[in-house]
Each structure stands twice: as C-alpha cells, then as structure tokens.
Design a protein around this ligand. Structure first.
Ligand SMILES: C[S@@+](CC[C@H](N)C(=O)[O-])C[C@H]1O[C@@H](n2cnc3c(N)ncnc32)[C@H](O)[C@@H]1O
Length: 217
C-alpha cells in the first residue's frame, strides 16, 4: 500500500502482489486500511519514500495501531532520507549540528514553523528544509528567506537539490540572496549552511572542526 508514484518505483517487487495505491493526503485512511488488512491476517507493506520514520508512514501506522489497540507484529524498515541523499549530492554540508524543518503548514501551524525557523537560524545550525514549496504554497519559503536574511546574511551558502539520486537530479549552489531565483518545489530539499559552511568546486563543505594539517604523532 502506498502513494501511487512511490508504488510505481517498486518495479518487480510489486509483481504478483495485491497493490493498493492511494493519493496524497490519504495517509490516515491508508494506515487504517493497512492495519485492518494486517488484523485480517495479511502481510502488509506500507511504502514511503526515503525513510518511513521521517515525515513518512511509520507514525500514522503506529498511531492507528495504538488507537485500535491492534496486536499485530510491525517493523519499521529505515531508508535513505532526502537529507542524506541531498547532502551526498552537495558534498559535505552536514558535518556539524543541523536542524530539519518542514515548511508545509498543512499539519503544523505556520506560527510554529516560523518560531522554529527563527530559533535555529539564530542558533547557527545548518538548516535542512523539507517540503519547501509547492505550486500553490510559496509564502512559507518567502518568509523563511526573510528570516535567513536577517539571521544569516545574504551571502550565506545554500544548496538546492531536486530529485536527489534519481532521474532528473539537479544540484545547485546558491546564496541566501539568490536562492529564490532557483526552481524550488516539492521534489526539492534545501540545505542552508551555518556560518562556517563554504562552497568549493560546486560542493558545500561544513567543517567538522578538525585542525589541518594533521599534527605529527
Ligand atoms: C513528506 S516528505 C517525505 C520525506 C521522506 N520520508 C524521506 O525520508 O525523504 C517530502 C519531502 O522530502 C524531500 N524529498 C523527498 N525525496 C526527495 C528527493 N529525491 N530529492 C530531494 N528532496 C526530496 C522534499 O523536500 C519533499 O518535499
């Protein structure tokens, strides 16, 4: 069971199986259906993209199980989350403390997101933005840009990765000043450097803090 585009990626793994596809925003009914099927004795796989435990289906499935007091065996299989994939495309932007924020205000009020953005921007975390903008929702990204300008400055480096590690992958290095000129959509992860992050040959590097060269032992 899963969101239609994710099930299409299963290829031969889906062959010979009962495949139940559903659309975006159907997460709760998908979880309910999955738990009901498991309770009826079926072996069910609920498919997420990336890591199911990161803005994925692990939460709704476990919440539905708790509500129904469903006694079925369940395991969460980890995957490569978008921030790991995007960081790999960009080089080494996540070598120091980072914070992850979803800019989608569908399930979290925008005031909460804004407060978190202000806090992590001020605290000089590397910031990873999931769900940065969609065709209908760009206001959050514009507000976020204003917060970054205030706390990080216009020249702070920004990595923008669309379709990381997949077909149509696009990786760009921008700055806070120029980031909004790049196409940013729901298939994009944005990584904003901290005050130490710098670009190098189309990559972003956040120092871990090691002194170079290594001291002779
Ligand atoms: C609802 S979250 C799902 C995250 C997913 N569970 C994971 O662990 O990657 C969707 C967001 O993840 C990011 N994302 C997912 N796949 C991506 C990819 N291949 N390249 C860049 N960003 C991606 C985008 O920011 C997208 O809006």
């Amino acid at each position: 069971m899963g969101y239609t585009p994710y099930l299409e990626r299963l290829g031969p793994l889906g062959e010979g199986k009962e495949v139940i596809a559903s659309g975006m925003t159907q997460e709760v009914s998908r979880a309910e259906q999955a738990v009901a099927a498991a309770l009826s004795g079926k072996r069910v796989a609920v498919v997420s993209s990336g890591d199911p435990g990161i803005y994925g289906m692990a939460g709704p499935v476990l919440e539905v199980m708790r509500l129904l007091q469903a006694e079925v065996e369940v395991s969460v299989v980890p995957g490569v989350t978008a921030l790991s994939a995007a960081a790999a495309c960009l080089g080494a932007p996540l070598m120091n403390d980072f914070a992850v924020i979803s800019l989608s205000d569908l399930l979290t009020p925008w005031e909460t997101i804004r407060r978190r953005l202000e806090a992590v921007a001020l605290a000089d975390f590397v910031i990873v933005l999931y769900n940065p903008a969609s065709r209908r929702r760009r206001r959050g990204l514009v507000d976020c840009h204003e917060i970054l300008l205030r706390h990080r400055g216009a020249d702070a480096p920004v990595g923008i990765v669309k379709n990381a590690l997949g077909p149509g992958e696009e990786t760009s290095i921008a700055t806070v000043r120029t980031m909004l000129e790049h196409p940013i959509d729901m298939h994009t992860t944005v990584i904003v450097g901290n005050s130490q992050t710098y670009p190098w040959h189309g990559r972003l590097i956040t120092p871990r803090g090691y002194p170079y060269p290594a001291k002779p032992r």
